[in-house]
Design a protein around this ligand. Sequence first.
Ligand SMILES: Cc1cc2nc3c(=O)[nH]c(=O)nc-3n(C[C@H](O)[C@H](O)[C@H](O)COP(=O)(O)OP(=O)(O)OC[C@H]3O[C@@H](n4cnc5c(N)ncnc54)[C@H](O)[C@@H]3O)c2cc1C
Length: 341
Amino acid sequence: MEKKIIFVLVEHHDKKVHPVSWELIGKARELAAKLDNSEVWGIVLGDELENICNEAIKRGADKVIYVKNSRFNRYINYEYQTAIVNVVKKYNPEIFLIGATLEGRELAGMVATKLETGLTADCTGLDIVSDNRTGKKILAMTRPTFGGNLMATITCPQHRPQMATVRPGVMKSLPIDPKRKGEIIVENIELKDLKKLIEFLETIPVKTESNLQYAPVIVSGGKGVGGPDGFKKLKELANLLGGEIGASRAAVKAGWISDEYQVGQTGKTVRPILYIACGISGAIQHIVGIKESEIIVAINKDENAPIFDIADIGIVGDLHKVIPALIDKLKQLLAKSEVKK
Ligand SMILES: Cc1cc2nc3c(=O)[nH]c(=O)nc-3n(C[C@H](O)[C@H](O)[C@H](O)COP(=O)(O)OP(=O)(O)OC[C@H]3O[C@@H](n4cnc5c(N)ncnc54)[C@H](O)[C@@H]3O)c2cc1C
């Protein structure tokens, strides 16, 4: 019986892979375990990207399709669409996963319409379920909808591939396994006849200070922080811990911090080792974005705040006193460890 293939697009910029691609290969392995007789395949487009192909295997891919052409080193939507549609038609994957980055979301829509198949955008959950009507195993794609007020689970029972873009930071990537082996299939796609519709002129870097989604420690502030100045202390604590600052929607809405720091259902989903929630009540829309954190510390002056229901460590107190005390203590400990070194 032919193997069912789960495709994962490996997105890269300047030879660096977007972490969401490794997260998706990790998730695809889980899905493959539930889907009988299946394999995970990565797709890499570009040139001189052998290292990336090899890493895809070590992160969980069984095979990698390497569409080798230097024109693909830079993302141009209709060129990628042409190449990917070709590869999909040749190998007929069952499932096709793409990161819900700006590029991924644009590309997935273009590929799905060309292939006349179903696509669910910006998923936060994926699972293999049994179709009620046919009993066949299909992909259940879950995503927030209506501004995050409703979670919808969508399936694509008939058309193939079943396509989804997935939010960065939600799925977990697998560690590199140096022993994993796999096959790299080089594909050549002719682009000669393709008209140049888009001409690339220059890259203007986006000014972004936050690396929230991949920070090991996040010190996050809510309405209880009291104003933009309060975030300075949070930033000091975050710096000492080698982390980043985050915020609740209430703090963003108050204009105390920019929305790129917002954590939660309509903000970023994070999974740091340590999440310190300062003056955050713990509304469900905030919790869904942090619940995968390894350790949650809550500082809140209301002992009944719902944040304490999910916190591993709770401190009932005024954050304007607790945080400076934490900073002082940390500085002392760090100074001691410097001396020891
Ligand atoms: C569709 C939808 C999507 C949403 N998406 C998000 C989202 O992505 N992210 C998000 O965060 N919210 C989101 N929300 C909003 C969410 O419901 C809450 O309103 C929000 O999370 C509350 O933020 P907060 O905890 O900072 O503020 P509050 O609920 O006002 O809580 C402030 C807390 O600070 C404490 N406090 C006050 N002063 C101090 C002090 N000096 N020291 C210690 N503690 C103090 C208080 O006891 C209180 O618990 C969404 C809402 C909707 C309807």
